[in-house]
Design a protein around this ligand. Structure first.
Ligand SMILES: Nc1ncnc2c1ncn2[C@@H]1O[C@H](COP(=O)(O)OP(=O)(O)OP(=O)(O)O)[C@@H](O)[C@H]1O
Length: 614
């Protein structure tokens, strides 16, 4: 064997060894992940009725409870108020639904529809409402006398009224619509209400439903005796039979406040000792929780309440691989498309969610990806779709029916791409999502965690990629203060692997500037030419450009030092929407709107731009 051949063999052996090591490591992570997720016991040992255990196994395919279920179910069965704080995708939904069903199915005589609602689950978004309702339907299959139902924004009120009149035993609802029915649907019976659950409590509050929640608690008589609201003392209206549960993957002062006003001597589940603050029970209802003055870490009793948000309050699955990619603004779009192409071509079945800051950005990228064709050989005739995967979009400005169809379709697809605003960042359980791309920065670290939480669910593999511009790198430090650390994504290696007009642009002289990479230059040219010649896409690009800048200006106070509008080069921003010119040069109305928005910056709340409520 010649020296060259021997060297080649050596390289091949080394490569294989590296791959074997990688596989072994992944297997180890999966094994470790499994023991960290599932409990070493059965559902029946937790006290659940055997028919329900059979249902969990046969209908849902759940052999054993997750750790969080094993902790929460016995406590909820025992009737205690509970605050659950656990990582995304750890099975919180069944943790609260199973004990409710267990109790309801045991009522003798059996409950009837005329008795109205016994369990009420509040959720922040319509999609989550449908998701919880579907799980309920499956769990209740054997218990046909327990009727599941939902009410939510965007649905026909009269039809909902009719369903409420007939009677719904366990109702899933978004807060605004629920309050509407509580006030205006006289046939809605809730006098037997026994369980009130706040799922994704932090998101409910972030979306500005705080006032509605307080009103709901008032109307239902679930507000804790003696709790105060801006100094106003409320009378004792708590019902001895009532059990309230609060679930949240992240904690903050607002969640603490909700816990304070709704939970009575709660048991805290999933909270490590260092997140707890001991509170004198007599003071608990009169203070905003989480004050460090109350700290007493040695005391691990039920009056410990969570501290306000700190580094360790951010729960992410251990196996998720978190990367960042540093991209100059003008090359953002072509890099995004390149990464998507690379990921979808690498594996036959692959699901990705890309998060954007605005509805307009989702619409633009959706129509771009739906129509953009490309030819690797450079010949017009051989053009084909740049991305061949199925693409979906989801945001709050879409018609309810479209939102529903997207949600259902993306769930069942084996290989697909979902472009979304933060409407999909909370609680949604899309099976087998392998990668999360945060194309627009999430702003708060909390939002980062929830977006990433859509992958690596229940011990599965998952990757996340965060886009950032070189001037925004301090955001990594911000995430680090919350215990989240990222490594760099090998973007150049991936770009180098693409064939360009029949040749792979390897070797040769390499530019230090990513945006001068020949593949990206060619792709950017093709994208700009597509957007120029497609009037509809062009309008969407201009709208998306304006909304994007508005969202950028609306970053929260302390993040403004990282996301500096002054440092934005609007021409480069325009390029990131495949526009050859920035919209202010194209149409007057956009630039006027932009200038006005820039003046008002700081006032607008970023979340309003792409929030789930829209
Ligand atoms: N015991 C179990 N065995 C197997 N799979 C389970 C079990 N419990 C839940 N799952 C599955 O795990 C996934 C995550 O569950 P769920 O959506 O309830 O998590 P979560 O903790 O509420 O997540 P998030 O914080 O993102 O809302 C779902 O697909 C669910 O079907």
């Amino acid at each position: 064997m010649g020296r060259g051949a021997a060297q080649l063999m050596d390289t091949k052996t080394k490569k294989r060894r590296r791959e074997d090591e990688k596989e072994e490591k992944e297997g180890e992570v999966a094994r470790k992940g499994s023991s960290e997720i599932f409990a070493d016991c059965s559902f029946s040992s937790l006290g659940l009725h055997s028919a329900l255990c059979d249902q969990l196994r046969e209908r849902m395919g759940f052999e054993a409870p997750t750790l969080i279920q094993a902790q929460a179910i016995p406590v909820i069965l025992a009737g205690r108020h509970v605050l659950v704080n656990a990582a995304t995708g750890t099975g919180k939904t069944v943790a609260y639904l199973a004990p409710i069903i267990h109790h309801l199915q045991s009522y003798d005589p059996k409950i009837g529809r005329s008795q109205g609602t016994f369990g009420l689950v509040l959720v922040p978004t319509r999609e989550l409402c449908l998701q919880v309702y579907e799980i309920l339907q499956k769990l209740l299959h054997r218990f046909h006398w327990i009727v599941p139902g939902y009410v939510m924004g965007g649905e026909n009120r009269n039809k909902e009224k009719a369903r409420l009149r007939k009677g719904i035993s366990i109702l899933v609802a978004t807060p605004g619509r629920l309050l509407d029915h509580l006030k205006h649907t006289s046939s809605f019976t809730h006098s037997n209400l026994r369980w009130l659950i706040f799922d994704e409590a932090d998101r409910i509050l972030e979306l500005g439903f705080g006032k509605e929640i307080e009103e709901i608690l008032e109307v239902l008589g679930s507000r804790q005796a003696g709790s105060t609201d801006m100094g106003i003392e409320h009378s004792s209206i708590s019902n001895g039979q009532r059990q309230n549960l609060l679930l949240s993957a992240t904690l903050n002062d607002k969640v603490n406040h909700l816990a304070q006003i709704s939970l009575e001597s709660p048991v805290l589940i999933g909270l490590e000792d260092d997140k707890r603050v001991h509170v004198d029970p007599s003071l608990a209802r009169h203070k905003l929780l989480g004050s460090d003055d109350d700290a007493d870490d040695d005391n691990d009793n039920d009056n410990d309440l969570p501290r306000s948000s700190s580094a360790k309050d951010y729960n992410l699955p251990a196996q998720v691989v978190q990367k960042y990619v540093k991209v100059p603004c003008g090359a953002r779009l072509s890099v995004l498309l390149s990464i998507l192409k690379h990921l979808f071509e690498r594996e036959a079945s692959y699901k990705i969610v890309v998060f954007f800051s605005t509805c307009d950005a989702v619409d633009f990228h959706y129509s771009l990806l739906s129509g953009f064709c490309w030819s690797e050989s450079g010949t017009e005739l051989k053009k084909e779709k740049f991305l061949k995967c199925k693409t979906f979009r989801l945001h709050g400005s879409m018609e309810q029916e479209d939102r529903r169809t997207t949600f259902q379709s993306f769930k069942t697809e084996k290989s697909a791409l979902l472009l979304s605003t933060d409407v999909a960042s909370r609680g949604l359980d899309f099976p087998k999502v392998r990668c999360i791309i945060q194309y627009d920065s999430p702003g708060d670290a909390t939002e980062y965690v929830h977006r990433v939480g859509r992958t690596a669910r229940l011990g599965e593999k998952g990757d996340s990629i965060l886009f950032m511009q070189p001037v925004e790198v301090d955001y990594l430090k911000e995430l680090e203060t919350h215990g989240v650390s990222l490594t760099e994504y090998p973007i150049v290696k991936i770009l180098d692997s693409f064939p360009l007009y029949g040749q792979t642009p390897r070797g040769g002289k390499k530019s230090v500037f990513l945006d001068l990479h020949p593949w990206l230059l060619a792709l950017q040219r093709a994208l700009e030419s597509f957007v120029t010649t497609e009037p509809k896409v062009n309008i969407l690009a201009q709208n998306a450009f304006c909304s994007w800048v508005r969202a950028y200006t609306a970053h929260r106070g302390e993040l403004k030092r990282i996301f500096m509008v002054k440092k934005l080069h609007l021409g480069h921003v325009a390029k990131s929407f495949a526009l050859k010119q920035q919209p202010s040069l194209v149409g007057g109305s956009h630039s006027k709107k932009l200038k006005k928005d820039q003046k008002q910056r700081g006032l607008a709340k970023r979340r309003k731009v792409g929030s789930g409520r829209k």
